[in-house]
Every structure is written in structure tokens, then in C-alpha cells.
Design a protein around this ligand. Sequence first.
Ligand SMILES: Nc1ncnc2c1ncn2[C@@H]1O[C@H](COP(=O)(O)OP(=O)(O)OP(=O)(O)O)[C@@H](O)[C@H]1O
Ligand SMILES: [Mg+2]
Length: 306
Amino acid sequence: METIIKTMNLTKVYGKQKSVDSLNLTVNKGDIYGFLGRNGAGKTTTIRMLLGLIKPSFGEVELFGEKLEKNKKQILRRIGSIVEVPGFYENLTAKENLLINAKIMGVHKKHAIEEALEIVSLQKEPKKLVGNYSLGMKQRLGIARALLHYPELLVLDEPTNGLDPIGIKEMRKLIKTLATERNMTIFISSHILSEVEQLVDCMGIIHEGKLLEEVSFEQLRKRNRKYMEFQVNDENKTALLLEKEFEIKDYEVHDDAIIRIYSHLGMQGKINTMLIAHQIEVTKLTMSEDRLEEYFTKLVGGGTIG
Ligand SMILES: Nc1ncnc2c1ncn2[C@@H]1O[C@H](COP(=O)(O)OP(=O)(O)OP(=O)(O)O)[C@@H](O)[C@H]1O
Ligand SMILES: [Mg+2]
């Protein structure tokens, strides 16, 4: 598999603080990669180094298999990005803004602007001034600008920041469209797990400058499988009954006579009735919470993320 982003011990020191600490990231071609971390974790600093906006104190960035430092100009041409709030001329329309940008970027393809506006669904109100755009529209325009030169890699620093739930959903849809229709590799940072978990193929979790974990989403899903738990007065008899009555095999017996079942989710009512009918006392019945959130919180500590 082709590697699009690779960092080797990437480090940024500000004063005494290691804002990014020996980061080893790998992003594969075609993946949507979620870069997750709380406020101040080092996401933006990392992204700035990936884009050559600041120099690493130590370590290296490799993009498309080439060292960024060695061939910066050529490499950056293959990347589109938004880092923090994108700035536009408020008294101009989206198209006028993009025309200026296209000129600066040396984009001469005739349809690039129309295409970019269309893919972010901003083609419908051509006369509207950017100053009258909502935040979500401005974010989408930022993406349109990042797409003008047909990049292979899109780097987005918290593109859902400040958006309402509908805006966030639209942004997710747009990113998915870009990944599938344009076959782009997308690196997206966020401090909210639920925003990216439905979207990404792979996830890197950064905390206090360090990469805590890098996992494919499939692995994560497997590790964080949903389950239901029955606490009973006789776990041996319960286990036998589960196998006999419902052919349940995917279960574990835990301490305190707790039986954790990974299959037959949604059948807790029927299982409960069956157990009671067999004189089993069910003292507690619980369904797993969102274990991914739990897992993320455990990794980075503290209460809510962000
Ligand atoms: N130019 C700078 N000078 C000094 N410290 C900096 C500088 N840029 C970032 N930092 C520090 O580095 C740490 C990481 O900041 P960074 O902006 O990368 O975090 P982040 O993960 O993007 O956070 P957020 O979710 O709030 O955007 C912070 O403690 C920040 O104060
Ligand atoms: Mg940031």
C-alpha cells in the first residue's frame, strides 16, 4: 500500500515545551485519517509541519514518498489544505474570491472554479457576498479553495469547528464524497471523537504532543464491540441456558457472576424472560455504552474531550 504521509520522530519544541513529541504517523493512500486530540494536544502544530509552514525542531516529514524539505515546492502542489479559519474577501462573491485565489495559485483550468463550487454545494447562490455567508458556508468555501488545483491529499484542521450538528453532518458527507469521487487521501483533525468516528478509515490519537495510538477503524470497532451484560445468581446454569435456548456462543463469563454477550443484541428482553422462567435471578442487566468514547477518554484521561 502506498504511503502518502509519513513522519519520523517529528518534534516541535516551543521554549521548554515539546508541543509535538517524536511523532511517527503513517497515512495510506485513499484513506480518510482522523487525527484526534484534545485542545492543545499538538494537532495544529503537527499540521503546520506537514504543510511546511513551520520547521520541525527535530525529525522529518515524508509526503508521497519524498522528504518534504528536499522538494517542498513540488510536493506542496499536490496538497490542498485548510488550517484554522480560512480568510476571504467579504465584499466579493465566492466565485470572485476563488478567481483571485486561482490566479495566485497559477490554476488555469477553465472549469476548476465551477467544479469546486459545485462539489461543496455553493453554486446555487452565485450573487451572494461571502460576508453574508454562514460559518458552514465559509468552511465549505475554504474546502473549495483547497480543491482548485486538484490536490491528491487534503489536509483539514478541524473543519467542523463551530458548526452546528447539521453543518457537521454536511461536512462529513462532503469529505466522504471527496474521498470516494475524487479518490483523495484526507487527513482531518478533530477534538471530538463522535465527529470523525463515522467517517475515518484510520485514526491517530495525539495527547500532550505524543501519538498514543494509531489504529485502523476496523481494529477499533472490533476491540470496542457492543455487548449486553446479565448479572445472575448462577452463572453456570445461565451459560448452559444461553447456549441451549438461544444458541449463544459469543459470550464471556466475568467476575461477580456477570455474563457478557456480544451477539443477539436487542434480544435482552427475550433472554431475560427465558432466564426467569428457568428460575435464574437476574440482578442486573446493562447494555454497553459507547465504548469508543470510553476508550478515547481512557486514553487521553479526564472527563469530556475538548
Ligand atoms: N507559536 C507557538 N509558540 C508557543 N507555543 C505554541 C505555539 N504554537 C503552539 N504552541 C503550543 O503548543 C501546544 C499545542 O498547540 P496546538 O495548537 O498544536 O494544539 P491543537 O491540538 O491544535 O489544539 P486545538 O484543539 O485547541 O486547536 C499548545 O500548548 C500551544 O500553546
Ligand atoms: Mg488546533
